[in-house]
Design a binder for this molecule. Structure first.
Ligand code: NAP
Length: 291
């Protein structure tokens, strides 16, 4: 069987174009969408990633405000900045970039991001709303997976989907998005034991564990769709996913590459979410229901 590579790059361009068009529409309504990225690290690869968000935002016509608080920012300062940005009408979307300084608890801080500005679904309220089907932003990576499935016309309704990983940023929200689409979802984690017991019966397998080579050709059935969310940096600096690509090729019906798969779509969705947040906030202002 030949394995189709599901590249995320062209989809990312389409989503970025959609964000760009929406930013222009908002601008004609007098709104310039603005994304604030709060940073408190001097880690080079994180700063590079933040600058790549800034560049992508600017080319989509979205203001990007990098709020760099330095690598020794305290939890108190971070909390106060997140509260201020949440209350500031000119800011539509907020991201708290990790890693944070040692000892600062990200879980305690994300609750300060107003849910309507929580464009990366970090506030537990966003996950709760997702769980009960109320409007909220899903984490961009989780939504990137469903966007890829939609874009390549891969149905999940009534099919067996296995998600490996149960974090609050990927596995859990993704399982909720898939349930919403009528998939039969099995979530595996580090205590699940032999993964093939679940993955062999899956039409679609999504791996989000951060473990190089966790899923190989022996785990899947012929024709299964494999979505690789994992990003692992090898000692030579190269980036690989969680899937042993060589052994899966020829067995999987389709596979997302790393790099160039889920990760490429994620950033463009942060921009689209920012325009969606800006649109909703401008409607709330008209209705007089803005916080
Ligand atoms: P995380 O918080 O470390 O969660 C990893 C999950 O994988 C946990 O639920 C863990 O199980 C499970 N796991 C670990 N080893 C396993 C094993 N041997 N068998 C089965 N399950 C196992 O990581 P995360 O933040 O969700 O990220 C997951 C991966 O996605 C990472 O590689 C990360 O870099 C990548 N990622 C990519 C993007 C993107 O845009 N492409 C964005 C975010 C994250 P337990 O719960 O039992 O510990």
């Amino acid at each position: 069987m030949s394995t189709t590579l599901l590249s995320g790059r062209s989809l990312a361009k389409l989503i970025q174009q959609k964000a760009h068009d929406e930013a222009r529409n908002l601008e004609t309504d007098g709104v310039r969408p603005t994304l604030a990225v709060v940073v408190a690290t001097d880690d080079g690869s994180t700063l590079w990633y933040v600058r790549s968000i800034e560049r992508a935002a600017e080319s989509a016509g979205i203001n990007c405000r990098i709020v760099d608080l330095g690598h020794d920012a305290t939890g108190q300062v971070l909390a106060s900045v997140l509260k201020d940005l949440s209350a500031e009408p000119s800011v539509n979307g907020i991201i708290l970039q990790t890693p944070l300084p040692p000892g600062v608890d990200a879980d305690a801080l994300v609750g300060h991001i107003a849910p309507e500005k929580d464009i990366d679904g970090a506030n537990p309220l966003s996950l709760g709303r997702l769980a009960v089907g109320q409007p909220s932003f899903a984490p961009a990576t989780a939504r990137a997976v469903t966007e890829i499935l939609d874009h390549f016309d891969i149905p999940v309704a009534g099919r067996n989907v296995v998600v490996i990983g149960r974090s609050a940023v990927v596995g859990k929200p993704l399982s909720l998005l898939l349930l919403e689409r009528d998939a039969t979802v099995t979530v595996c984690h580090s205590r699940s034991g032999a993964l093939e017991k679940y993955t062999k019966a899956a039409d679609v397998v999504v791996v989000a564990a951060g473990r190089t080579g966790l899923l190989n050709g022996g785990h899947i059935s012929s024709g299964a769709v494999v979505i690789d969310v994992g990003t692992n940096v090898l000692s030579d600096g190269s980036l690989v996913g969680d899937v042993d690509e060589a052994s899966v090729r020829g067995i999987a019906g389709a596979l997302t590459p790393v790099p160039g798969g889920v990760g490429s779509v994620t950033t463009s969705l942060l921009l689209l979410h920012t325009t969606e947040a800006a649109r909703e906030q401008s409607h709330a202002l008209v209705r007089g229901t803005a916080v």
